[in-house]
Design a protein around this ligand. Structure first.
Ligand SMILES: C[S@@+](CC[C@H](N)C(=O)[O-])C[C@H]1O[C@@H](n2cnc3c(N)ncnc32)[C@H](O)[C@@H]1O
Length: 272
């Protein structure tokens, strides 16, 4: 995932197939449990904001292993949910989990949401849980998503606010002794904070054909594990922390915080 702040896991390739974040495009089979657990509070807020209806056809962008896709499908019993992700392992896992639950109205496709030819005006709702910050060309991507929405279609996505507003990023960096170092996103690499600035996002979405762009401040905690050891293990996987962690002695590393506050936006818009 993005890792937020770092949510790009160490070892993940850059863009393309592996532009994923955290679990989704890591070198391992994606685990649904870690990221879903981390975001359980955010997920509850996003779910309410999405307001999926019984007949809705839902597009889940950057669905990862598909927790939000399955959630949407359970409510949209007379509709459907399509999850797309650029990570093939994540999509494979999303399919397995949907099958295991016996959800007949879920489809998962390995696709780049920026350019994929979605059926025109097919979906009532496009949703995303931290899956829209990694487009090479956000305007083109959101225009593509907009074309897939019906005239009254809505977009509801959760994106990170700025790194400085996210205690997980600030605290991890501080605990690793890197608070004074500038936050650097590798050039051309995935930037989990790319949609943090409301005026910029509004401009992008309006240029892509959305209207009524609104931001809801989400202030929830992330969950990194039941104890410091588990939290460290999880946090160690963030690309942005792994390098810093290598410089630490074990005692300093053990001070990394397990539960951190987060700031995210829920961005909503309707098709113009
Ligand atoms: C932080 S993860 C979130 C995954 C999922 N939404 C969740 O909450 O579990 C971001 C996801 O976006 C996917 N992604 C990045 N760029 C993409 C693109 N252009 N098209 C489709 N998926 C993309 C990544 O592979 C990754 O699975």
């Amino acid at each position: 995932m993005m890792d937020a702040g770092c949510q790009h896991r160490s070892g993940d390739p850059g863009r393309g197939e592996g532009a994923a974040v955290r679990h989704a495009a890591s070198e391992h089979t994606p685990s649904s449990s870690g990221y879903d657990a981390e975001l359980r509070r955010h997920n509850a807020v996003l779910r309410r904001a999405c307001g999926v209806q019984f007949h809705d056809h839902v597009l889940d962008i950057g669905c990862g292993t598909g927790q939000t896709t399955r959630q949407a499908a359970r409510t949209a019993q007379a509709g459907s949910a399509l999850g797309v992700d650029i990570s093939a392992p994540a999509i494979e896992r999303a399919r397995e989990l949907a099958r295991a639950e016996g959800l007949g109205n879920v489809t998962c496709e390995h696709a780049n949401a920026q350019a994929h030819r979605f059926p025109h005006e097919r979906f009532d709702l496009a949703i995303s849980r931290f899956g829209t910050m990694f487009f090479d060309d956000p305007c083109a991507a959101f225009a593509n998503i907009r074309r897939a929405l019906r005239p009254a279609g809505r977009l509801v996505m959760m994106v990170w606010q700025g790194h400085e507003r996210n205690e997980w990023d600030v605290t991890i960096r501080r605990s690793l002794g890197a608070a004074e170092e500038p936050v650097t996103i590798p050039s051309g690499g995935p930037d989990p904070f790319s949609l943090a600035d409301p005026p910029t996002v509004t401009q992008i979405l309006e240029a892509a054909g959305f209207a009524g762009v609104a931001f809801t401040d989400v202030h929830e905690k992330v969950y990194y594990g039941p104890d410091v050891a588990a939290a460290l293990d999880w946090v160690r996987g963030f690309a942005c922390t792994s390098d810093l962690l290598k410089r630490l002695d074990p005692a300093a590393a053990a001070r990394a915080t397990g539960r951190l506050h987060e700031r995210a936006w829920i961005v909503t818009a309707r098709r113009h």
